[in-house]
Structures are given as C-alpha cells and as structure tokens.
Design a protein around this ligand. Structure first.
Ligand SMILES: Nc1nc2c(ncn2[C@@H]2O[C@H](COP(=O)(O)OP(=O)(O)OP(=O)(O)O)[C@@H](O)[C@H]2O)c(=O)[nH]1
Ligand SMILES: [Mg+2]
Length: 339
C-alpha cells in the first residue's frame, strides 16, 4: 500500500477533519486514490449507527437534525451529518438552509457536516452518500445522520440504507395523508410528526396510526380496490414485530426530541436483538457491490470495444446507420469479456 494512502487512512481514522474533507472531495471527483483509501479504511468501519431522516421539503428535517445533534452531543456522542439534496444541483438552496439550520455546531469538533448534491460521483448519488457515510464511520462518529428530501426513488433508496429511517410529516395535510408517496412511507421505521405546534397534529397522528393498522391487517389488495387500500398494500411487510412509533415534535422549540431519540434507540436495540442490523447491512452491501461491479465491467467492456472497434461514438453511429445491431455487439462483447 502506498505510504500516502496509509497516511491519509490513518489521519481519517484518527478523526482528522481536513483529511476527511479532502478524501470526500476526491470521492466526489472519482479519483482512484480515493478508492485506495476507502479500501484501507473499510476494516475500521461498521461501527456507526446510521439514521436516515427524510420527508417533504420544508418539513423540518434540518431543524430536527440540529436538535438531535445537540441531544447526542450532550450525551457525549460524536455525530456526522450528510445532507443529500438532489433537487437543487445549481442553487444549492436547501443545502444552504441545512447549513444555516445546523451552524450552531459548526465549531464543534465532535460534529462533521457534509452536503452532497447530484454533482460528481460516477456511481451516482446513492453510492457517493454511502461512501461519505463510510468515511464518517471510519472517523469514529458514533451516529451518522443522513438527511434526504423524500421526493424520488433515489432518495428513498438512500433512506433505505440507513439502520433506522425517520419519516418526517407535518400536520395540515389532512385528507392528503394518503397522497404522501407510498414509497416514502414504506421506508419508515419511526414517524416524526413535526411542527406539532400547528393545528391538526393529533389528527395527523391518528391518521398515520390508522394507516399503519390498516397495513398490518391487510394482505396485498387488488389494484381495483378502493384507492386507500391500494396505497396501503404497497407498504412493505412489517418487519416482524416492530411497531412503528409516531412521535410528535416541535423541532423549532426543541420539544419531543428526547422522545424521538428514545424511539431511535429502541429501534436500534430491536435491530441488534433480532439480527436485523446485519440484514440491513447486507442489503446495503449487496446494492453497493453490484453497482461497483457494474461500473467496473462497463468501463472494462468499453475500453475493449474501443480497442477493437474504435471509439464508442463511431460504433453508436454504425448502429444508428443500421450497419451493426446493438444486440449482437453487446452479446459478443460480453461473451468475450467473460471468457
Ligand atoms: N412552526 C414550526 N416550524 C418549524 C418547526 N420545525 C422547523 N420549522 C420551520 O420550518 C422551516 C423549514 O425547516 P427546515 O429544518 O429547514 O426543513 P427541511 O425539511 O430541512 O427543509 P429542506 O431541507 O429544504 O427540505 C424553517 O423555517 C423552520 O424554522 C416546528 O416544529 N414548528
Ligand atoms: Mg433541510
């Protein structure tokens, strides 16, 4: 192993903020040296407890995160935060908001905050997020919080890779509660009804509870059943006997945070006791491994193609002109790759 790789890995593992920040930049830029450091760090990871916080824009995710940081810091735990914002690659608007919301911890050495937008990383946002989590884990952070705006499949996937996922909802959605994307609801291990200072919080709690109960008693329902039922059926099967808690919070006033943290802790204990922690890790590992493999194989295949048939653009043009067919080309190439 190159001496500088070893040195960087040792610095990151000792919690050095500057080395960690540089490594994360290298990861973003897709540098090969970053992979070497990640390899060296890998045995030092797997200790952090990863919490995903997701929900609609403006639900109060950053404010909640800020309060959770304070709560855990008071208990002597170190915290890493990854803010993932796929929605504003240019303005960085939400990320700016995230940073402002958490700036009280900016000078705390026990807190490391990092933002990620769509930019960068070859393997996409979810892989970059996984790697940043891993760096924080290697740094020795006890808890890593991942904040994502729950708007698309990408973010849902990211949230799913956390040990525990909090879905933040706000009152006043009234009848629209079924309209929350089933994809987001299905990843919830814990619900936070934030902005509980607003009218309708209890109603939202009741609606969520009714929805969860419905989920527990309904087997998959036909698509032509009534709308509500169809949505509920889309939820993932309950994980054995974990009852999804619903916690009311007023993040802006630091209320309900201890209760939320307690619900998270209870879920962590549940995961450990039921062997689910490893299962979730394996799920994440599987996804990551296949992605890595795909990326490498495609890169390998394309360089082989270029060596044999010229640049990809030329090959594509021949396909477009119907001088070659893509099926045969791909078949031949992958056959030779495997051999
Ligand atoms: N009334 C009320 N307002 C809150 C509460 N928590 C957060 N807010 C406010 O809601 C607004 C959005 O809060 P954020 O924490 O930035 O929400 P977010 O979900 O991180 O937003 P994005 O990252 O942009 O999706 C801010 O103005 C907060 O002050 C709460 O409990 N009650
Ligand atoms: Mg935010």
């Amino acid at each position: 192993m190159a001496a500088n790789v070893e040195k960087t890995a040792a610095l990151v593992a000792s919690g050095d903020v500057r080395s960690a920040a540089r490594l994360m930049r290298d990861i973003d830029d897709g540098r090969a040296s970053a992979i070497d450091v990640l390899k060296a760090l890998f045995p030092k990871t797997g200790r952090a407890y990863v919490v995903g916080i997701t929900g609609s824009p403006g639900a109060g995710k950053s404010t909640l995160t800020d309060r959770l940081i304070a709560f855990w810091r008071a208990k002597g735990k170190t915290v890493g935060v990854v803010c993932v914002d796929p929605t504003s690659p240019f303005s960085g608007g939400a990320i700016l908001g995230d940073r402002i919301r958490m700036q009280g911890h900016a000078t705390d050495e026990g807190v490391f905050i990092r933002s990620l937008a769509t930019r960068g990383a070859l393997g996409g946002l979810s892989r970059a997020t996984g790697e940043v989590i891993r760096v924080m884990d290697a740094m020795g952070k006890d808890v890593v919080i991942v904040e994502t705006v729950g708007v698309g499949q990408d973010e849902v996937d990211i949230a799913k890779t956390a040990h525990t996922t909090v879905v933040v909802v706000v009152p006043g959605m009234g009848d629209d509660i079924q309209a929350i994307k089933a994809g987001i609801l299905e990843v919830a291990d814990v619900f936070a009804v934030n902005k509980a200072d607003r009218e309708g919080a209890d109603r939202t709690v009741r609606e969520l509870r009714a929805m969860l109960e419905l989920r527990n008693i309904t087997a998959p329902v036909d698509h032509d059943a009534d709308h509500t039922m169809t949505k509920s059926a889309a939820f993932r099967a309950p994980e054995h006997d974990w009852e999804i808690p619903i916690v009311k919070t007023v993040a802006a006033r630091d209320e309900g945070i201890a209760e939320l943290a307690a619900a998270l802790e209870k879920h962590r204990e549940y995961l450990v006791k039921e062997g689910q922690l490893l299962r979730r890790e394996a799920q994440r590992a599987r996804q990551e491994f296949v992605e890595l493999l795909r990326e490498r194989l495609v890169r390998h295949a394309l360089s082989k193609l270029e060596a044999e048939q010229g640049a990809l653009d030329g090959v594509a043009e021949r396909i477009a002109r119907r001088e070659a067919d893509p099926y045969t080309l791909a078949e031949q190439l992958s056959d030779r790759l495997v051999r």
